[in-house]
Design a protein around this ligand. Structure first.
Ligand SMILES: [Zn+2]
Length: 638
């Protein structure tokens, strides 16, 4: 002991002078000179003029006139933290050619070196208006961002084509927008407009509402009035894709609106516009707004209606957001401008209960047949149950930060890293909440009562925002039926829970089982995506070309060393096919021979042996007893 102590002391005395020789600077302080937003009116109305006619190169030309009250320092902001994105996602890199003039003279700008979305300038004496000119150079290839301009349609999002003055709540900044679209195109938005030809003048509004009022415009357009307050506006790459819509399909969309209004009791909009694009050219989207939603689906949405199960879940989800997310919003998610960071702690309500009601309303309206909704729920239960090893270390609440952490980048080990799990795991928690309410009230009440109390108790037509916190969620549940909802939710949301909450099924009359044949939803999933989903057997999801898209952490394929960069080129010596892989898994069940995969990893080709004999396993919900169960009642049209 003594000797080693002496040795350590010797090391210390020799090491210290060596460290001291390294240079060691102090940090330069950063002074944030960007004015904080205040809830006071901006003095004057911004005039925004967008030339959106460049269909070939997708360049939006913008002129913006911003009145100013006084000379001196001023900061202009490009929207960064966008509602619905739950993270800083404004495409600032695509803002180009910015010039600012006043009284014919150039006004120089300097970008803030910490907040690169902020431009500092000095308003000269005697100036009452700034003239801005710039472009938004939208993505022309998928690796640059989402493509918003296609040959026959475009998606204009106002935060991409405008700057706003710092120092004010955005609801306090008046603005009038005028947009010129390509000749012969029709434009639709949640914000009313009058048009002369392809020039649209939008109703004067404030900047917060403008940002929440995106536009779909296009050459091929058809509009259906679903109710006196809700329209379905459909744009397509080609006219025949619109012509394929039948009265029955449109009636199903109408039923969706009717079921949602019956559920919530109120409508938190004056008028609501579904913006729906049937496209293979414009980038995909599903983005909620208060009085509209942006929805992108495949071109065969109508023509391949029977098989478009995945796409048919989109509109129900986005519509629910008008109540949940836009009208009711987590208090720390609501921000006064688009610079203030959002905190995503309530996403298990915002997205979790929207996912829940989206699926339930899809069933109630007939957008997705009940059998397929049960198949989808089984799939969810399996993915987030035994398919989610990450539950062992990461509580659900921590995944609410994933939009900021991961920004939806592809992940090598999704099942271990976890992802935006608050969507589907939130759904499972709300399903269990429904079962609990039914149990506690002897079937008298259900989660419908919570929805009406939480989302539909305000003034009909109020399209402002009402914020909430965890305590209000608990209080509202207690108003439906008294119980220890605080502990119930805390355990499921805040604690590490290796086991997925499945009581929403078992207490509502169904249980999750695994069978060798996929249910109709999984069959549709595999054929529509040209994939084979063996996540619960050998632990792989593989595309038709043999590319591995998922490897289940801890599963047989994982233990054999496979990852998502690998391609399967042969199974048991035969060239890869989805059917061949499934046949090999089935054959191994009654054999002691392992499954032999020939794998390409970069330039290396090698054999991987998977000693798995459990056969195919596909999730499915099975009814526990005969008669109508709670889940049946939940999915029934009201
Ligand atoms: Zn959503």
């Amino acid at each position: 002991m003594r000797r080693s102590f002496a040795f350590a002391a010797l090391l210390l005395t020799t090491a210290t002078p060596a460290l001291a020789q390294n240079s060691a600077p102090q940090p330069v302080p950063y002074e944030d000179t960007i004015p904080a937003p205040k809830d006071v009116p901006y003095p004057g109305t911004i005039m925004l003029n967008v030339d959106a006619t460049d269909v070939e190169q997708g360049i939006f030309h913008v002129r913006e006139t911003i009145p100013v009250a006084q000379a001196g320092p001023m900061v202009l902001l490009y929207p960064s933290w966008l509602p619905g994105k739950h993270a800083s996602r404004g495409e600032i890199e695509k803002l180009t050619g910015l010039t600012i003039t006043a009284n014919g003279e150039t006004v120089p700008w300097v970008r803030d070196s910490v907040d690169v979305y902020a431009f500092h300038l000095d308003v000269p004496e005697g100036v009452d208006t700034l003239e801005l000119s710039f472009q938004f150079t939208s993505a022309v290839a998928g690796n640059q961002g989402r493509i918003v301009v296609a040959p026959s349609m475009m998606n204009l999002q106002f935060p991409s084509v405008s700057l706003y003055p710092a120092g004010y709540f955005t609801r306090q900044i008046p603005i009038e927008a005028t947009v010129t679209y390509p000749e012969g195109w029709t434009a639709r938005s949640g914000l009313p407009a009058t048009n002369r030809g392809s020039v649209y003048s939008y109703e004067p509004t404030n900047y917060m509402v403008l940002v929440d009022s995106p536009v779909f415009a296009g050459r091929y357009f058809r509009e259906w009035e679903l109710t006196d307050r809700v329209d379905l506006n459909v744009f397509a790459d080609a006219p025949e894709q619109l012509a394929a819509a039948t009265d029955e399909m449109i009636e199903t969309h109408r039923a969706l609106v009717e079921q949602a209004v019956k559920l919530f009791g109120t409508q938190q909009y004056d008028q609501y516009e579904f913006l729906l694009a049937l496209t293979g050219e414009m980038g995909g989207i599903g983005l909620e707004h208060h009085r509209s939603s942006e929805n992108g689906v495949d071109t065969d949405y109508f023509s391949g209606w029977e098989n478009a199960l995945g796409d048919r879940g989109l509109l129900p989800h986005e519509f629910v957001h008008s109540w949940n997310g836009k009208y009711r919003r987590g208090e720390d998610l609501w921000t006064p401008d688009f610079r203030t960071p959002m905190r995503d702690n309530q996403m298990w309500v915002y997205e979790g209960q929207t996912q829940f009601w989206g699926v339930v309303l899809a069933a109630r309206s007939g957008m997705i047949p009940k059998e397929d909704v049960l198949g989808l729920l089984a799939f969810y239960a399996a993915i987030y149950g035994e398919g989610r090893a990450g539950r062992q270390w990461r509580p659900l609440i921590d995944t609410t930060h994933d939009p900021i952490i991961a920004a939806r980048k592809p992940k090598p080990w999704t099942s271990w890293q976890r992802s935006e799990d608050y969507y589907v795991e939130g759904l499972l928690i709300w399903l269990e909440t429904d079962a609990k309410i039914r149990e506690l009230t002897g079937g008298e009440k259900s989660i419908d009562d919570f929805a009406r109390a939480f989302f539909g108790s305000g003034r009909d037509g109020d399209w402002g925002e009402v914020t909430y916190d965890f305590a209000e969620v608990v209080d509202t549940l207690n108003g439906v039926v008294a119980w220890d909802w605080d502990s119930f939710l805390t355990e499921r949301v805040y604690d590490v829970n290796p086991d997925v909450p499945l009581a929403g099924f078992t207490e509502n009359g169904y249980r999750l089982v695994f069978t060798e044949t996929p249910n109709s939803y999984m069959r549709n999933y595999e054929s529509q995506r040209n994939r084979v989903h063996l996540g619960y057997s050998i632990g792989l999801v593989v595309s038709g070309s043999g590319n591995i898209t998922e490897v289940t952490w801890g599963g047989p394929a994982f233990e054999a060393g496979l990852d998502v960069a690998d391609d399967l080129i042969a199974v048991n010596g035969t060239a890869y096919s989805n059917a061949g892989l499934k046949a090999a898994v089935t054959a191994a069940k009654d054999s002691s021979d392992p499954i032999r995969l020939t794998v390409r990893s970069g330039d290396r080709i090698h054999e991987v042996v998977i000693d798995y004999h459990g056969g195919l396993r596909y999730p499915r919900l099975e009814k526990i007893a005969s008669g109508e169960a709670g889940l049946d009642r939940l999915l029934q049209a009201k």
